[in-house]
Ligand binder design. Structure first.
Ligand SMILES: [Zn+2]
Length: 751
């Protein structure tokens, strides 16, 4: 057992028929079979009050299969042989970690030893001053009353691996999960002797004195830092596997947030590529990105990791993040929707509590029904492949070298704007890493590049080939305007596809002042072309053109307006003759007093939206107007509707799923052998955009149509949540059914 192998019935094989494989006993390592996790983060006072028998009952009631137990690092919960390994104040000579590990193993659970290798106490610093990060003046970096360890010191090379070996030798956990494993974040530079020597060996230069994104040596320092974290990842894994066997994995915990990963030098793509399982630390939703963010994180991780592996996520049962009260229960519906949207996106649930004794006993209520439902239906929740025709492209180097210190606004908001527009339009989509465009070319009919300004030559080539092979491309903002270092090119590298060229000058984002102004809301508009106003529509100014022509399908639904609220600023572009400009820029004018509210320049030829259909290729839409960023921030329905229209046009309306009925519902579609699995999560709620949700509110009826791939007949339907008896009808390769009501979620299995 402690080697990490167990013999279990495989519920659902990835390639074979379920009924055939379910009979076979197949050996699966823990990281392929542990589907539900739990964690009681141990406070220092807990050794005296940890009621292990009570918690074993919790594990059982919640159908938990794996637990994360505090072992060592900042605080040790076992009597370590290393005298400087700080012991929990209430521990004495007790080995609480081993007591818990033994109990969990007796109950058949997987155990991950929780580490936190980020900081040490003062006596440790006094004994090993050269293991601590230092500022330019040589002073040690501190965080609270602890000292921050340097990633380039023997603390990481020797000490932490020796702690891993000690823990494995004593208690045999299946693996390790380190809470905070990447040392100092990028806002601080370490000038300790180890860093100075190692950087000089690598770069032939001294460590840069300060942040300067335009300095190639600073950018080299950034990359050197990323590489070191990967070295630590590999080093720790070598150590734990040597001591604990081939399945004893070391896993650094990471969130699904790209800005957070940039800040901590965590190369998400490289990490997920080398992972057998991902332990996510995302915990909660924030108002700006909503519950759908959790489903999105599932797509982000699995897009690199693969859909055959597991990605569990620590989900906070306590009130967080704004405000955070670690000992107060979060409203059950809020946690529930966050958990369900993650499960819909392919994430395995993991309840997280802080402290082993809770006086707010409601905190125990939430996880049990979700995890019990998960256990009953687990065969449909793993070993499945998503179905989607739309790929949303992301790139961490773009976030670093283009986004720099405003990456939230320049990189994340545009991506989240697309997510929200696609969820709102119920268009199934996936996340694609920019380096995987070539690999995934055949999987998608549309790729969206949300302000993907910094692109490498090979990424540009891959995007170009995608369009040449008939794929459609939607690009926004300054996409392809910069090289991989975020330095401006003379023109968009994809200018010929966009049908639009830079006329001159710098990209608006380059100059720090204009970079900031990009994020302001101005009183500017977009003019839709051609204008449709006629004398029948209302009063008409003397110089306005009469109604002309028909509008492009991308502008469907806007027939009663010639303008859209915008809020941004645009620069002139030169447009190729074959491309069509569907919206032009109306520069900002006063908002107040009302007497001054009139357009000073009602018409320009500055393009806000261009569509282009290069001969023999896919469709291309280029949106210099940053409506994706604005939709994420301002939530104006016009912006979301226009984004969705662009995708419908680009995809030629070829989507595998149609869901009709009022409300906001997050739709995830999968195939599993000869079945389709559709997971719907109801996000229609008074608390959707202002946490927390305190009450579930049913939506419905919903009319659902799903396109049937070859080999799926579509006349059998099973609803895994409501258990309603609903019939489906099959016509022209589609199956159709009604959901009379949707409370929080539903999983439809179509066979
Ligand atoms: Zn250092």
């Amino acid at each position: 057992m402690f080697a990490g192998i167990d013999f279990v019935a495989l519920a659902a094989g990835s390639t074979e028929d379920i009924s055939a494989t379910s009979k076979a006993k197949v050996a699966l390592p823990w990281y392929r079979r542990t589907l539900r996790w739990g964690q009681t983060n141990i406070a220092e006072i807990d050794p005296q009050r940890y009621d292990i028998a009570w918690w074993r009952q919790r594990w059982k009631r919640t159908q938990t299969q794996g637990v994360i137990i505090n072992a060592g690092g900042i605080v040790a919960y076992y009597p370590s042989k290393f005298p400087l390994h700080y012991r929990a104040s209430g521990l004495g000579d007790r080995d609480l970690f081993d007591d818990l590990t033994r109990a969990a193993h007796e109950d058949g659970l997987t155990v991950l030893a929780r580490m936190d290798s980020n900081r040490v106490h003062e006596d440790f610093y006094r004994a090993h001053p050269d293991w601590i990060a230092r500022d330019a003046a040589g002073e040690p970096y501190r965080n609270t009353d602890l000292y921050v360890t340097c990633v380039n010191s023997p603390y990481y090379d020797e000490y932490i691996p020796s702690v891993h070996r000690e823990i494995i030798g004593r208690s045999h956990p299946e693996g390790f999960a380190d809470n905070n494993w990447t040392g100092m974040d990028r806002d601080k530079i370490c000038f300790c002797d180890n860093c100075q020597r190692k950087f000089r060996e690598q770069a032939g230069q001294p460590i840069p004195r300060m942040k300067n994104w335009d300095d190639p040596v600073y950018r080299q320092w950034i990359q050197w830092n990323y590489a070191r974290r990967l070295e630590i990842w590999d080093l720790n894994n070598r150590a734990t596997r040597e001591a604990g066997g081939p399945h004893c994995l070391w896993l650094g915990m990471n969130g699904g947030s790209i800005p957070y990963a940039c800040q901590r030098f965590r190369d998400l793509k490289a990490i997920w590529e080398r992972s057998e399982i991902v332990m996510l630390d995302e915990q909660v939703r924030v108002d700006a990105t909503g519950f759908q963010h959790n489903g999105e994180v599932g797509k982000l991780v699995h897009g690199v990791l693969g859909w055959d592996k597991l990605a569990a996520e620590s989900m906070a049962m306590y009130q967080a993040p704004q405000p955070t009260f670690r000992l107060a229960a979060k409203p059950e519906p809020e946690v529930r929707l966050w958990m369900l949207d993650g499960i819909a996106g392919g994430i395995q649930p993991w309840w997280h509590l802080v402290s082993a004794y809770d006086e707010d006993r409601r905190i125990y209520r939430t996880a049990e029904p979700v995890l019990r439902w998960h256990a009953e239906n687990q065969q449909y929740l793993v070993n499945r492949l998503p179905i989607a025709t739309v790929g949303l492209v992301w790139s961490q180097p773009n976030a670093d070298f283009y986004g720099r210190d405003t990456l939230d606004e320049l990189v994340e908001l545009p991506r989240h704007g697309w997510t929200n527009a696609l969820v709102r339009a119920r268009i199934p989509h996936l996340l694609v890493n920019a380096d995987h465009i070539a690999r995934d070319t055949d999987k998608f009919s549309v790729l969206i590049l949300p302000n993907l300004a910094a692109m490498s030559g090979s990424q540009i080539e891959a995007a170009r080939r995608f369009v040449e092979r008939g794929g459609s491309l939607i690009a926004t903002g300054e996409t392809s305007r910069c090289n991989e270092w975020g330095e401006p090119r003379a023109d968009f590298a994809l200018a010929d596809l966009f049908g639009a060229h830079v006329i001159g000058g710098q990209p608006a984002s380059i100059d720090p002042a204009t970079r900031r102004s990009l994020l302001e809301i101005q009183h500017s508009y977009l003019r839709l072309t051609p204008e449709l106003r006629s004398r029948f529509d209302g009063p008409k100014a003397g110089d306005e053109p009469a109604a002309t022509g028909e509008r492009h399908p991308v502008l469907k639904g806007f027939d009663e307006t010639d303008i859209l609220a915008f809020g941004g600023r645009l620069e002139p572009l030169r447009v190729d003759s074959g491309a069509a400009v569907l919206a032009t820029f109306i520069p900002a004018f006063p908002i107040s007093p009302p007497e001054s509210v009139w357009m000073r320049e009602p018409r320009t030829d500055i393009p806000g939206l261009i569509v282009n259909e290069p001969h023999g290729s896919g469709r291309v839409a280029f949106l210099p107007a940053d409506l994706d960023r604005r939709f994420s921030r301002d939530n104006l329905p016009d912006h979301g509707n226009l984004l969705a229209n662009l995708v419908r046009w680009a995809a030629r309306d070829n989507f595998p799923l149609r869901v009709e009925g009022a409300g906001l519902v997050d739709c995830h579609l999968y195939r599993q052998q000869n079945k389709l699995i559709l997971h719907l999560v109801n996000l229609t709620n008074a608390g959707t955009w202002r946490a927390p949700v305190d009450e579930l509110i049913p939506m419905g009826p919903l009319s659902v149509r799903v396109q049937l791939p070859d080999g799926i007949r579509g006349n059998q339907l099973q609803l895994l949540v409501s258990k309603h008896k609903t019939r489906s009808s099959v016509k022209n390769g589609w199956t159709r059914f009604e959901l009379p009501t949707l409370l929080d979620h539903e999983v439809a299995v179509v066979g």
